[in-house]
Design a protein around this ligand. Structure first.
Ligand SMILES: C[S@@+](CC[C@H](N)C(=O)[O-])C[C@H]1O[C@@H](n2cnc3c(N)ncnc32)[C@H](O)[C@@H]1O
Length: 290
């Protein structure tokens, strides 16, 4: 198989979420019964649905003018829904200054991979874990989960999702820390994990203002993750990158630099749409130990 045969496009299948249309650097989406318009720098084409469909949205996030970015509501008082994926509940809501609603539906193929890989007490590390979607999927599947995020509100939201999902008794360590610092500390402690997920943003800050810059710091994080990944056959690492500057091949090359004795693959995560083009949102690379 050549390098280029291994680039795969993974797309989600989740009835509660739908990409209705996209274009003009916007996307029209349905979260259960709540329809939103959000900016989408990757939607370079023209929308396909008539204006009336876009006008039926319940809310819109404006950020064309960065200084005045914010939400506008057309259905006042309509609550944001609690989403359900295979019994796991995700509360959608707004966080000040953010267009995100607490869930990235395009990540669903990764959730299914984690579930399919089988757990039985295996240890999973979720770095940059946000509101805990992958952590909860993993905990339900039987992993002992270590979830790391720099943001106290994100971790509180993740715990709320854990309770809503009836998974309070599952072994999840919720850690507020800088992902790179935490990973390096775990290496020094001689810890290992059977599965590692990481979704590093292009730019971020740790809780003590530690700087995270993807293009400068990804190799160091990869080195730490390679040291943390168990030597057992079937152990795996998955990275997701939303940075518009990165390509799937770049991510795979970095994986192959550090992870040895196994198969590295890469591709894109894309949302399908009945009316419009598929919307590619992030790239991914995955390594599975032989
Ligand atoms: C794109 S979100 C991850 C989305 C998540 N994987 C999901 O699918 O729901 C990026 C997360 O990285 C966190 N973050 C940013 N800089 C960080 C750092 N230096 N250390 C740890 N977490 C960080 C943010 O708080 C945010 O929750």
């Amino acid at each position: 198989m050549s390098d280029f045969d291994s680039i795969k496009v993974l797309h989600h299948e989740w009835a509660e979420y739908e990409l209705l249309d996209s274009g003009n650097r916007l996307k029209l989406e349905r979260f259960k019964d709540y329809v939103v318009i959000r900016s989408e720098p990757k939607a370079w084409w023209r929308p396909r649905l008539p204006e009336s469909a876009w006008k039926s949205a319940d809310a819109r996030y404006f950020d064309e003018d960065k200084k005045n970015a914010g939400w506008q509501f057309f259905s006042k008082g309509k609550p944001f829904p609690v989403m359900d994926y295979k019994g796991i509940k995700f509360r959608t809501k707004l966080m000040e200054g953010s267009k995100h609603l607490g869930i990235f539906p395009e990540q669903q193929p990764h959730w299914d991979f984690v579930e399919r890989a089988g757990a039985d007490g295996k240890k999973l590390l979720n770095l940059f874990g946000y509101t805990g979607a992958a952590s909860l999927i993993a905990a339900k599947a039987g992993y002992a989960v270590t979830h790391v995020d720099a943001s106290t509100p994100s971790n509180a939201w993740a715990r709320q999702n854990q309770e809503l999902s009836g998974l309070s008794q599952k072994p999840i360590r919720w850690i507020t820390d800088d992902a790179l610092k935490f990973a390096n500390r775990e290496v020094r402690r001689g810890e290992t994990y059977d599965a590692i997920l990481l979704d590093p943003p292009a730019f971020g800050r740790g809780p003590k203002n530690e700087l995270w810059k993807l293009e400068k710091m990804l190799p160091e994080l990869m080195q730490a993750c390679a040291a943390l990944l168990s030597k057992k056959s079937g152990s795996y690492a998955i990275a997701t990158l939303y940075s518009i500057d990165a390509s799937a091949i770049m991510a795979k090359n970095v994986f192959e630099d550090y992870f040895k004795n196994g198969l590295a693959e890469c591709g894109e995560l894309a949302l399908p749409s009945k009316a419009s083009y598929p919307l590619p949102l992030s790239i991914w690379a995955r390594f599975v130990r032989a």
